[in-house]
Design a protein around this ligand. Structure first.
Ligand code: H79
Length: 494
């Protein structure tokens, strides 16, 4: 028994807390010299039941989520071992577009899949370069996959050697590098963590469950999930909270956790890092029956799902730039920069945030099609960001169309922003039903005052012949009221 094993055994005796979720990790566990003895303390701490923190006031919540609400646009990064196959296994393209699902789709045995760790060497990885791309695009926060469903830890975890520092030739803690680089660039840092799926470790109610690893673990029981939750997933969340101090924890889920487990996880986050924002998939992938939901700060809509309308509560859409989230060699289904801008404006006009994904290559590069699109989005944001950051949902209901063509709106106290995706041929834009007195109107592109005619029917704004932006030109209308008075809110529909 080496020194570390004795320390672990001592911790076990003290806490009756197993160290690793599964014997399969033994290969990686021995010899775990890179694990420092102090790390065992993390396990012991995690084993103690968490005392619930005092209930939070409404004001405290508002303050906590303020940065997130103002941010409106974030970068999602899906990166892990699945980037190496990039959607291709045994020279065959996987039938699924989600390249990060290859282990599940191709029923790859854990012993086979784990060999990818030995090949993960992204020598071109540069956290500062990624942060610069996000910042230049106008993004204000990052959510990084610290553990996706394949079970590999992209951070320096003392709970398993199956992590980027211990199991790969790269040996660098990319989560730490990203946290530091994005924060240095002025962005917030968030961690994606998949509690409810882990194909590397036995989990879930066995083969009755469709999205569990039943090829390796056909007899896995509900108790296995409970054990994995207690001994691995929750302690790993504790590690993330204490080591990287994320501003946001982004859970992804399929209803594996019991209500008690959700509560425990929630209280753990609140206790260890009260300011951390939590998304709704801590509890369920479906739209919550009750708003506000009890265990989160905002609603995550379905992957690439834009909600029908403003729900009067914070929400966010996780969107992909092609179909896959993880790097996929065969997925060339890129959406255009114009479509990204359109989605961003539509989401923000309905009171939401857009968390737009990139899936970097196994060498550590953000794919060129993403870089190009984000650069275009960044140019648009540099001119029109004022109509995105810190804005609220449209005062015109969920209008997107009028005789003049597609337009959307966002608002701030005393200001209405009109995003015109089609430039009116008659040189006039009619703002329907606006009753608040307009003091001036101008395009964000040049800020030159535009002629405004106001009647009881609404407001007519005279525009120059040419649209300043070929994707969407934004007019700012300044009004005397803090909150615009509109007599047809919600009337104009899609
Ligand atoms: O991380 C990304 C996805 O991998 C993850 N959420 C985003 C942010 C995700 N986990 N579960 N799901 C999405 C939904 C599951 C979809 C499925 Fe399928 C439909 C699983 C099986 C059928 C798509 C098609 C994935 C595999 C085949």
């Amino acid at each position: 028994m080496n020194r570390l094993t004795s320390l672990i055994s001592a911790a076990l005796l003290l806490t009756t807390f197993p160290v690793c979720a599964d014997d399969l990790e033994a290969g990686f566990r021995n010899p775990p010299e890179t694990t420092k003895p102090g790390d065992v303390l993390v396990l012991r701490q995690a084993a103690k039941p968490v005392e619930p923190p005092p209930a939070e006031t409404k004001e405290a919540r508002e303050q906590r989520i303020q940065w997130w609400r103002e941010a409106r646009f974030g970068m999602f990064i899906h990166w892990g071992l699945s980037a190496i196959p990039g959607g291709i296994w045994n020279d065959k393209a996987s039938k699924d577009d989600y390249a990060e699902w290859i282990m599940f789709d191709e029923k790859i045995p854990a012993k086979e899949y784990e060999k990818l760790a030995g090949k993960f060497n992204p020598v071109k990885f540069d956290a500062q370069a990624w942060a610069a791309i996000a910042k230049q695009a106008g993004m204000k926060y990052l959510v990084f996959t610290t553990k996706h469903h394949d079970g590999f830890s992209m951070f320096d975890s003392s709970l398993t050697p199956y992590n980027i520092v211990t199991a790969t030739p790269f040996k660098r803690d990319v989560t730490r590098e990203l946290a530091e680089a994005f924060r240095a660039a002025g962005l917030h840092f968030g961690c994606y963590y998949s509690v409810d799926r882990d194909w590397y470790r036995p989990q879930g109610p066995g083969n009755s469950y469709k999205q569990a690893n039943v090829w390796d673990y056909p007899d896995s029981k509900r108790e296995d999930f409970d054990r994995y939750f207690d001994t691995f997933a929750k302690p790993q969340v504790v590690e993330l909270l204490t080591k990287y101090r994320p501003d946001l924890l982004w859970f992804d889920e399929i209803d594996m956790k019991t209500d008690a487990q959700v509560e425990e996880l929630y209280q753990t986050v609140r206790k260890l890092r009260p300011e951390c924002v939590i998304n709704s998939r801590i509890q369920g992938c479906r739209f919550p029956a009750k708003i506000p939901p009890p265990h989160c700060d905002y609603i995550t809509s379905g992957d690439n799902e834009i909600l029908e309308k403003n729900i009067g509560f914070e929400w966010e859409n996780p969107g992909s730039m092609n179909t896959s989230y993880g790097y996929n060699l065969n997925d060339h289904n890129w959406v255009s920069a114009a479509e990204i801008i359109s989605r961003l404006v539509e989401i923000v006009s309905k009171g939401g945030n857009y968390l737009l994904n990139v899936g970097p290559t196994p060498e550590g590069l953000i794919p060129q099609p993403c870089i190009e699109r984000l650069a275009t989005v960044g140019e648009w944001m540099a001119v029109n960001g004022e109509a995105i950051y810190g804005t609220s949902a449209s005062v015109f209901g969920h209008s997107t169309n009028s005789p003049a063509g597609k337009w959307l709106s966002t608002t701030k106290p005393g200001k209405i922003y009109l995003h015109l995706f089609k430039w009116p041929a008659n040189g006039k834009f009619e703002v329907p039903g606006l009753q608040s007195k307009v003091t001036k109107a101008y395009l964000l592109a040049d800020r030159k005052e535009l002629k405004v005619e106001q009647t009881t029917e609404g407001v007519s704004i005279s525009l120059p012949a040419e649209a300043p932006d070929k994707i969407a030109s934004v007019i700012c209308v300044e009004i005397v009221d803090k909150v615009a008075k509109v007599n047809n809110a919600g009337v104009i529909s899609k």
